[in-house]
Write a protein that binds this ligand. Structure first.
Ligand code: MN
Length: 249
């Protein structure tokens, strides 16, 4: 099995190292990852600059672009064979609920799905980044169960979140829905040392909600959350109602 590995925290991230070691137990791993922090770049493509790729001593490809650039370049140009699976992560921080709309980690898996390649995004919902390494064996076991399935559902990616507990304390695995998350106070408006005004997005408090089946609830209760996502955002429940608006020119 050929596995393409990428992330949005940059190729040096501990989460990517941990995932690479776990995936190596299942097949040949090619790493094509951003050269720097690309979190929250969502599904963006680099169109207005050329992309440069360099190879590390251990054969990993490092791209000065986004996670989506990495998957597109890897599949279209860099890899000699099309991967059987794309894995993205392990992200430093959870990607739960509305986060999936901003996450570069999830977007890389989405790009693979667009290209028709089965994909899984993995994120660690804890704050202690150093502890990601301890998840290696458990992630390898989970990947074994997911990657070695006879059939992986089409047009679908799996969004996996690891709970903020020690791996030996995990309560189990839950299949979940996306919850909802809102941020408060995450906009800062201030002046720089030369007196010019700036704005800075980030930080603040987040509030989440969602039913007992939601990803937040699972992770909060110490479970690994597995959410199947598809890319069709059509609100099918509203098709008939909007049709009754009788829009015409
Ligand atoms: Mn990230």
């Amino acid at each position: 099995m050929r596995i393409l590995l990428t992330n949005d925290d940059g190729y040096l991230a501990l989460g990517l190292r941990t995932l690479a070691r776990a995936a190596a137990e299942l097949g040949h791993v090619d790493v094509v990852a951003p050269d720097r922090e690309q979190s929250a770049t969502s599904h963006s493509l680099t169109l207005h600059f050329p992309l440069r790729v360099r190879e590390t001593a251990s054969g990993e490809r490092v791209v000065d672009g986004t996670p989506t650039d990495c998957v597109m370049l890897a599949v279209g140009e860099l890899l000699t064979e099309r991967p059987d699976f794309v894995l993205s992560g392990i992200n430093h921080g959870g990607n739960l609920g509305d986060d999936v709309l901003y996450s570069g980690t999830v977007a890389a898996a989405m790009e693979a799905t667009v290209l028709g390649i089965p994909a899984i995004a993995l994120s660690y919902a804890g704050k202690d980044v150093e502890s990601i390494e301890a998840w290696g064996a458990l992630v390898a076991e989970l990947l074994r169960q997911l990657l070695l399935r006879a059939e992986f559902p089409g047009e679908t990616l799996l969004n996996v979140n690891l709970p903020p507990v020690r791996p030996e304390e995990v309560a189990g695995v839950r299949v979940t829905t996306l919850g909802r998350r809102a941020y408060m106070g995450s906009l800062t408006r201030a002046n720089d040392p030369s007196g010019r005004e700036y704005f800075w997005i980030g930080g603040g408090e987040s509030r989440w909600w969602g039913g007992p089946e939601s990803d937040f609830q699972a992770v909060h209760s110490g479970y690994i959350s597995v959410t199947p996502l598809h890319l069709d955002l059509t609100n099918y429940r509203l098709l008939e109602e909007i049709a009754r608006w009788d829009l015409k020119l």
